[in-house]
Ligand binder design. Structure first.
Ligand code: DHK
Length: 144
């Protein structure tokens, strides 16, 4: 069954507890359930989270052999990590970048994304629904 990796970067393990006014009350387990529900028949989602840049890069490399697409919320690595962007550039199927918050309404340092230089789509400010939209889009693209 083709896999869709749903990768989450630093601090997203605290989703639901961390600044709920910005990131909401849903947890990463809720995100996993949303992704499973949004996933089309014939595909499967695999949600992973790490606070470590290298581990996320290793998962992108792993996805190269197995995945139909990647949904990624890189957390703050969005704004800093050329290495994560380089890893995503080695991955050919679709990549959708997700931000729970509307990063463009926030501090200026959140307005630039290295990952956007690779992503085929970017979703910001839809809360955790953004993950579901991204999974649906990857299924659509993978089927086309
Ligand atoms: C999550 C983070 O952890 C921040 O560092 C980003 C993103 C925004 C989000 O909105 O999901 O700047």
């Amino acid at each position: 069954m083709p896999l869709i990796y749903v990768l989450n970067g630093p601090n997203l393990n605290l989703l639901g507890k961390r600044q709920p006014a910005i990131y909401g009350h849903e947890t990463l387990a809720d995100v996993a359930a949303l992704c499973t529900a949004a996933c089309a028949a014939g595909f499967e989602t695999k949600l992973l989270q790490s606070n470590h840049e290298g581990e996320l890069i290793d998962w992108v490399h792993e996805a190269r052999d197995t995945a139909a697409g990647i949904v990624i919320n890189p957390g703050a690595l969005t704004h800093t990590s050329i290495a994560l962007m380089d890893a995503l550039n080695t991955f050919e199927p679709p990549v959708i970048e997700v931000h729970i918050s509307q990063v463009h309404k926030r501090e200026a340092f959140r307005h630039h994304s290295y990952v956007s230089l690779r992503a085929d789509g970017v979703i910001a400010g839809l809360g955790t629904e953004g993950y579901a939209a991204a999974v649906r889009r990857i299924c659509q693209l993978a089927r086309a």
